[in-house]
Design a protein around this ligand. Structure first.
Ligand SMILES: O=C(O)C1=C[C@@H](OP(=O)(O)O)[C@@H](O)[C@H](O)C1
Ligand SMILES: C=C(OP(=O)(O)O)C(=O)O
Length: 440
């Protein structure tokens, strides 16, 4: 990451037209690196997201002895070390801005015969880790954290973990994945029950690497001590990155945009359901299955949006898309009400507080609540907003700038590169009038 602060300045633009492909899926990319490292033999990945979060995961495994060629143009060849082949890293592992890296690594490191420190940037060091510390400790790992279970974490692994049956207190794919990854190293069976469906890329990838896994209703189980077999993985484009363009095309008149080759796993498509319920014209074209994940081209046309009450069951299925959805709500007629989304407060920033604050600065009637937001649509004015070093906040406000009456300056957008390298260029190519300036 560059230390130089950069701002985005958006002077409207649009319509958004044409066909674009956003970068690879972040969740799938992290897991491709992790499972490829723990597998026996080679894993060839294409479409890998070369964003900073995934590079942090890759750096962690290289520091633990994994060899890999790439990434270049999304291609990565991983030489797996096998489940018992990781070595202690020489120094602390820096997860940067990435919660996924830290929580999933905590699961893997819990099963190692060595101790490791996991650290991260200022945003990550504010995020809660007790949610993984609690179940991993029950399995026999010992994890020390700073105050209130915040990073850095010192993970004192245990080569003889015990399998557990764990009921997740929050719907979190990261916690589910951390426990299942530790379960690979544990005696007996490890099962996780989720309160509501969350993204299932870990389960699909275990299957792809030939590891037996069983799902019964909301419970997933595996037995430790098996083997992962190297494979090929084609990473689809990230629906969480496509989300900004979906919203931009819906709210900007005369837009007609196709987002190519996007992963549309049903545990990720809450955004499509929510925007469709708001009146968005969104069609999935050429639906196909690629490497165990459903993929489609998403066709979006400008639409008259109407506010809705967002069903709580859709919240985990759209969890990273709310910054973009709030912008859609600001452009909709009437009121949009979100509840049951307190998890948004512990992401890279407090996404409820930060989005409400920025929308208010742009003249939008946005009222934060403990677990969501109430937004009454209306005209968006110009002004200056803060990203709070949160990539998704920066990109969401850039789409607000697309339809704002005056220019919108978004402060400190460096972190967009964590999930979406090349965002400014791609947004310009689609029709956004966006310049990148020295931060002020
Ligand atoms: O498992 C994953 O890859 C992710 C799970 C979600 O986090 P939670 O598990 O905290 O909901 C999501 O917000 C994050 O961007 C990626
Ligand atoms: C919450 C996110 O990621 P992470 O938890 O991996 O930092 C995100 O990308 O929106």
């Amino acid at each position: 990451m560059t230390d130089r602060k950069i701002d985005y300045l958006v002077h409207g633009g649009g319509p958004l037209r044409g066909r674009i492909r956003v970068p690879g899926d972040k969740s799938i990319s992290h897991r491709a690196v992790m499972f490829g490292a723990l597998a026996e033999g080679e894993t060839r990945v294409t479409g890998l997201l070369e964003g900073e979060d995934v590079l942090a995961t890759l750096g962690a495994f290289r520091a633990m002895g994994m060899r890999a060629e790439g990434p270049a143009d999304g291609q990565l060849l991983i030489h797996g070390v096998g489940l018992r082949g990781l070595r202690a890293p020489a120094e602390a592992i820096d997860c940067g801005n990435s919660g996924t890296s830290m929580r999933l690594l905590a699961g893997i490191l819990s099963g190692q015969p060595f101790s490791t420190t996991l650290t991260g940037d200022a945003s990550l060091r504010r995020r809660p880790m007790n949610r993984v510390i609690t179940p991993l400790s029950e399995m026999g790992s010992r994890i020390e954290a700073a105050e209130n279970g915040r990073p850095p974490l010192q993970v004192h692994g245990n080569a003889q973990l015990r399998g557990i049956h764990y009921a997740l207190p929050v719907a979190s794919a990261q916690v589910k994945s951390a426990v299942l990854l530790a379960g690979l190293f544990a005696d007996g069976e490890t099962c996780v029950t989720e309160p509501a469906p969350t993204r299932d890329h870990t389960e699909r990838m275990l299957h792809g690497f030939g590891y037996p896994i069983r799902r019964e209703g909301q419970t997933v189980c595996l037995r430790g001590g098996g083997r992962l077999h190297g494979t090929t993985i084609q990473v689809p484009a990230d629906i969480s990155s496509a989300a900004f363009f979906m919203v931009g095309a819906l709210i900007c008149p005369d837009s007609d945009l196709v987002l190519e080759h996007v992963g549309v796993n049903p545990t990720r498509t809450g955004i499509i359901e929510i925007l469709t319920r708001m009146g968005g014209r969104i069609d999935l074209l050429n639906l196909r299955e690629v490497g165990g994940e459903p993929v489609a081209d998403i066709h979006v046309r400008s639409s008259r949006l109407t506010g809705i009450r967002i069903p709580e069951k859709l919240v985990p299925l759209a969890i990273d898309e709310f910054p973009a959805i709030f912008v859609a709500a600001a452009c909709a007629e009437g009121e949009t009400v979100l509840t049951g989304a307190e998890e948004l407060r512990v992401k890279e920033s407090d996404r409820i507080a930060v989005m409400a604050d920025g929308l208010q600065r742009l003249g939008v009637d946005a009222r934060p609540t403990a677990d969501g937001m109430v937004i009454r649509g209306g005209p968006i004015g110009g002004g200056e907003v803060e990203s709070h070093t949160d990539h998704r906040i920066a990109m969401a406000f850039s789409m607000a700038g697309l339809v704002a009456r005056e220019p919108v300056r978004i402060h400190d957008c460096r972190h967009v590169a964590t999930s979406f390298p090349g965002y400014a260029e791609l947004a310009r190519s689609a029709g956004l009038s966006l310049s990148v300036e020295e931060g002020r």
